[in-house]
Write a protein that binds this ligand. Structure first.
Ligand code: CTP
Ligand code: CA
Length: 228
């Protein structure tokens, strides 16, 4: 898809957005996944495009369709996502909304695993690259603004604050994804925006509204449209 050119405070700005889950294959018919629907990342990409940004949308197999007016790069695994992100740089900002699998199966079977008399197969795992940390800590072509997410189920603020510092990103958007919040897979989100020297909690609102508020903040941080 070709990007639509919209006039707005992000005109001329290139922004990379990751979204959705990743799938990590076990064998040709099975994979490991997570519950991310891609809704929040999709809403963010749409909101950035609506403000005039040229959005490169790198998405795992999401359950919601990608927005219009962005360049879509579908990927499956964390490693494919990492490669697509690298290829999309340089950019003015990068927003990491994807729920990247932390682990992949170390040795993917080229044949379907079969039941045997010998009991269940043992899967061995390898750690996936941390895409956000890799970009945030780049020595060259680091986007001016790098934003991560922190989905937590307990001690949300504490964990997310430590996560921002550890990864070296500028902002982290923390949210509580405990099942009782209904946020994972739901239409609403309640987030706290954490920056280097403080944080602010936003009231629970539609994911679309979170996206628009965040896009406005990003426009502010980048200081208006790019000079020609
Ligand atoms: N992320 C990433 N690549 C990974 C893992 C995570 O880019 N391999 C990004 C996510 O897109 C998100 C942020 O890092 O923006 C935080 O993800 P999260 O899973 O909360 O952090 P982890 O460092 O994986 O820590 P945890 O052990 O809590 O899962
Ligand atoms: Ca993780």
């Amino acid at each position: 898809a070709t990007a639509r050119l919209v006039d707005g405070p992000l005109k001329g700005r290139r922004i990379v957005v990751t979204s959705g889950p990743t799938h990590e294959p076990i064998d040709p018919v099975r994979y490991i996944a997570n519950r991310s629907s891609g809704a929040q990342g999709t809403a963010i990409a749409a909101a950035l495009a609506a403000l005039g940004a040229e959005v490169v949308f790198i998405t795992g197999p999401a359950s919601v369709p990608p927005p219009r007016g962005v360049t879509v790069h579908p990927v499956e695994t964390a490693r494919e996502m990492a490669e697509a992100v690298d290829a999309a740089l340089p950019a003015d900002a990068a927003i990491f909304a994807a729920a990247v699998a932390d682990w992949r199966v170390a040795r993917q079977s080229s044949r379907k695993l079969k039941k045997t008399g010998g009991g269940m197969p043992a899967l061995e795992f390898a750690e996936n690259p941390d895409i956000l940390a890799g970009v945030a800590q780049r020595k060259t072509a680091r986007p001016a603004l790098v934003v991560g997410f922190a989905a937590e189920t307990d001690d949300v603020l504490e964990h997310a604050t430590a996560k921002r510092a550890r990864k070296g990103c500028d902002w982290i958007i923390a949210n509580d994804v405990s099942p009782e919040t209904g946020i994972m897979g739901g239409a609403e989100n309640a987030v706290t925006l954490i920056y280097k020297d403080g944080h602010e909690s936003w009231p629970r609102m539609a994911k679309d509204m979170v996206a628009r508020k965040l896009a406005a903040r990003i426009a502010e941080a980048l200081g208006g449209p790019a000079a020609d």
